[in-house]
Design a protein around this ligand. Structure first.
Ligand SMILES: Nc1ncnc2c1ncn2[C@@H]1O[C@H](COP(=O)(O)OP(=O)(O)OP(=O)(O)O)[C@@H](O)[C@H]1O
Length: 245
C-alpha cells in the first residue's frame, strides 16, 4: 500500500458534493501538488485527510493505518499534519513558544520540546525571529512559522494549504527552497498551490480536482498538456508558456 492512500473519498455538505469519489496515492518522500480552480474541493480533501472532516464515503490510509475516521489529534500524532491557508499563530507568544506548542505533541518535558522547536526553527530559517512576538511578523514569516510548528509535531507527511499565497516573489522562492529542503530531509509533502510557476518544477506528481472530482493525475509535464486541465484550470496561454519554458 502507498504511504498515503486515498480511495474513493467523497465529502458532502448537505446536497453539495465537495469531493466526489477521489482516489490517488502518494509515495513516501515525494512532493505531490493538489491543484484546481477555486471551489474544486482541495481544502475539503485536506480536511478529510487531516481528520478535520470525516468523509461521507471512501477510505484513507496513512503508512498502513486506517485514518478515515481518525480525529485530527490522532492523525497528527501518527505524523500526518496540515497547515492552514489563513495562518493563525498565537499572536502574543514568541516564535519559539509557538513552535514549542507543536513540539509538546512529541515531548512532555519543556527542555526536550525546546530542543525540537529550535531544530525546526533553524530548518525554517527563523533563528532571527525566535524572541519576536508572532503577531508582529510579516505574512511570509508567519507562514514559515506555521510550517515550523507543524514540523515540530513530528510531521512525516506535511500538508501545506496555499503556503505561498500572498507572498512576495522572493518569499515564494524561499518557500520553494524550504519545500525541496524538507523533501531532501525525508519528508513527504502534499501541497495545495495556485502559483503554478512554483509548484510545477518541484512536484513529482500533480493531482487535479475540478468540481470535486479528480480530472487528472500525473507528472507536471503531462498535466500541462492535458486538455481537460487546460480547459478547467490552466488556460491555453499558460500551458503554452510552461511547455516552452
Ligand atoms: N463547511 C462547509 N459547509 C458547506 N460547504 C462547504 C464547506 N466547506 C467547503 N464547502 C464548499 O465545498 C466546495 C469546495 O470548497 P473547498 O474550500 O474545498 O475548495 P478549494 O478547492 O479549496 O477552493 P479554494 O482554491 O478557493 O480554496 C465549495 O463549493 C465550498 O463552498
Amino acid at each position: 500500500m502507498a504511504y498515503l492512500s486515498v480511495r474513493n473519498v467523497s465529502m458532502a455538505f448537505g446536497s453539495l458534493i465537495a469531493n466526489d469519489d477521489v482516489t490517488f496515492d502518494i509515495e513516501e518522500g515525494s512532493i505531490v501538488g493538489l491543484i484546481g480552480p477555486n471551489g474544486a474541493g482541495k481544502t475539503t480533501l485536506f480536511n478529510c485527510i487531516s481528520g478535520i472532516c470525516r468523509p461521507t464515503a471512501g477510505t484513507i490510509h496513512f503508512d498502513g493505518v486506517d485514518i478515515t475516521r481518525s480525529p485530527a489529534c490522532r492523525t497528527a500524532g501518527l505524523g500526518a499534519v496540515r497547515t492552514f491557508q489563513v495562518v493563525h499563530p498565537l499572536q502574543e507568544m514568541t516564535v519559539t513558544d509557538n513552535v514549542m506548542v507543536g513540539a509538546f505533541l512529541r515531548h512532555r518535558k519543556p527542555a526536550a520540546a525546546r530542543a525540537l522547536a529550535n531544530e525546526c526553527i533553524s530548518l525554517c530559517r527563523l533563528e532571527d525571529f525566535c524572541d519576536k512576538r508572532a503577531g508582529s511578523l510579516t505574512i511570509g514569516t508567519k507562514k514559515r512559522l506555521e510550517v515550523a510548528r507543524a514540523l515540530a509535531t513530528g510531521a512525516r507527511l506535511l500538508m501545506l494549504d496555499e503556503a505561498m499565497a500572498g507572498l512576495t516573489s522572493t518569499e515564494v522562492r524561499e518557500s520553494v527552497e524550504l519545500i525541496t529542503h524538507l523533501k531532501a530531509k525525508g519528508l513527504t509533502l502534499l501541497v495545495v498551490e495556485h502559483i503554478m510557476e512554483a509548484i510545477m518544477p518541484i512536484a513529482d506528481k500533480l493531482v487535479v480536482l475540478d468540481g470535486g472530482k479528480k480530472i487528472a493525475e500525473g507528472p507536471p509535464e503531462t498535466i500541462i498538456r492535458d486538455e481537460r486541465v487546460v480547459a478547467a484550470y490552466l488556460g491555453a496561454k499558460f500551458s503554452r508558456k510552461m511547455k516552452s519554458s
